[in-house]
Design a protein around this ligand. Structure first.
Ligand SMILES: [Zn+2]
Length: 416
């Protein structure tokens, strides 16, 4: 009998361990990173340890559920629930918990006593309320202490690549890249490439980014660390760099910020990603001979339109064939103009920042379907926005340059 029990015990352990490694083998396969990337798992997951020492219960928050009701449903006494609530109060008000998320309760395995409550406030932060008896206090301590801290994801670095056959978005999906990572990657190029107009068949891209896991399960992409996009034979690169604690962003290989005076497109990538094929099929580009000195972006009715740069709204109203139109003055040299809007989001005189929503796509004026008519005016002359070369972005400060170049060396190697 004992002998049998031992076999069962070992069999169980074997299944437990092999399923654990099985999951990770699968995840590594899915990520299709290089061998070096697979080695770069920043922090090994602590699943085994948790299985042995704690019991975790996830209480899903449904619509209409309140903290008190959920705790009661989880079998936590009113006094304890109240102590946790009070301890959390000045860090996070547990009344504000949201449906679709969860309260994570961690119990001591043997006693079933509650050790900790964790609630993820958003994708970055969580509040943890711990019973000090289990976290450095004495056996008789019963106080609870709350802390808001970054979510401790397990981070895996992955490398993905693709080749454009119809659009960058389609190419990325074909390569099983998470849509959120594609959007984040494209956003790093939003001052450099107009993904509605610029892509060509045969364009190539490759990028390195973080994947976030919790308890071994994939949650979401994290930061885009580095990448390139080869557009029509020209290679553009981005590298993430934290210059100071509150100044992080993307830089090219020379150490110039990729952020420029104007965004390349007045519609965000996530709205144009699936609607466009390579370049000009659904859009009209700037064409001097036909007199169409603008770019037309086909987009769904109601798609938000953003100002490509900082400036002042000098016109927001009806303008004949342009229908509802907004004009923005950026400086003494440049203006941008946006036509056929369904609605305005700004008034004349308003100050706007780059990326601010100024209105919504429509089909007002002389227009046969929902699209945005976009013009760039330089010194009073309408010019081709796709061809205009703007001054490079700010460069990294001298004292930080060595650190930057040292940091990107490994990314450059991986992107070769
Ligand atoms: Zn037009």
């Amino acid at each position: 009998m004992t002998h049998n029990n031992n076999i069962i015990k070992h069999l169980f352990l074997f299944i437990l361990i092999s399923s654990f490694f099985g999951i990770f083998y699968f995840e590594n396969q899915k990520a299709s990173g290089t061998a070096a990337d697979a080695d770069r798992i920043n922090r090994q997951p602590k699943i085994e340890e948790k299985i042995i020492t704690d019991k975790k219960k996830n209480i899903e928050i449904g619509s209409g559920d309140t903290y008190g009701v959920l705790m009661e449903r989880a079998g936590i006494g009113g006094a304890i629930a109240n102590n946790i609530y009070e301890a959390a109060a000045d860090k996070y008000d547990l009344v504000k918990i949201r449906a679709g998320r969860a309260l994570e309760l961690i119990f001591e395995k043997d006693s079933d006593n509650l050790k900790e409550l964790v609630y993820k406030i958003d994708s970055e932060k969580e509040v943890s309320v711990r019973n000090l008896k289990y976290f450095g206090g004495t056996a008789t301590t019963s106080a609870w202490m709350a802390k808001v801290k970054p979510i401790d994801y397990e981070v895996k670095i992955v490398t993905k690549e693709g080749e454009v056959k119809s659009s960058m978005y389609a190419a990325a999906l074909e390569n099983n890249i998470d849509e959120r990572a594609i959007i984040a990657f494209a956003n790093a190029f939003q001052w450099t490439i107009d993904f509605a107009m610029d892509p060509r068949i045969g364009d190539k891209f490759k990028f390195i980014y973080e994947e976030r896991y919790l308890d071994g399960k994939y949650v979401m992409p994290g930061k885009i660390l580095a990448g390139y996009y080869i557009n029509n034979g020209k290679r553009y690169e981005v590298y993430y760099f934290k210059e100071t604690e509150d100044n992080a962003g993307y830089f090219n290989a020379k150490g110039n910020s990729v952020q420029k005076m104007f965004l390349k497109a007045p519609l965000a990538f996530k709205y144009i990603s699936s609607g466009f094929t390579t370049g000009r099929r659904y859009v009209t580009a700037f064409n001097v001979s036909t007199g169409h000195r603008a770019i037309d972006y086909a987009a769904k009715y109601g798609t938000p339109i953003r100002s490509v740069g900082d400036g002042t709204v000098i016109f927001a109203g009806w303008n004949g064939p342009y229908g509802n139109m907004v004009k923005i003055r950026h400086n003494g040299t440049y203006k941008t103009q946006y036509g056929h809007m369904s609605r305005f989001a700004v008034h004349k005189g308003a100050k706007v920042k780059q990326g601010d929503i100024i209105g919504y796509v429509g089909s007002t004026g002389f227009s046969t379907g929902a699209h945005l008519h976009f013009e760039l005016v330089k010194n009073g002359v309408k010019i081709n926005p796709l061809k205009e070369i703007l001054p490079p972005g700010k460069s990294i400060k001298k004292e930080n340059r060595d650190r930057f170049f040292a940091k990107i060396k490994k990314w450059q190697k991986a992107l070769k």
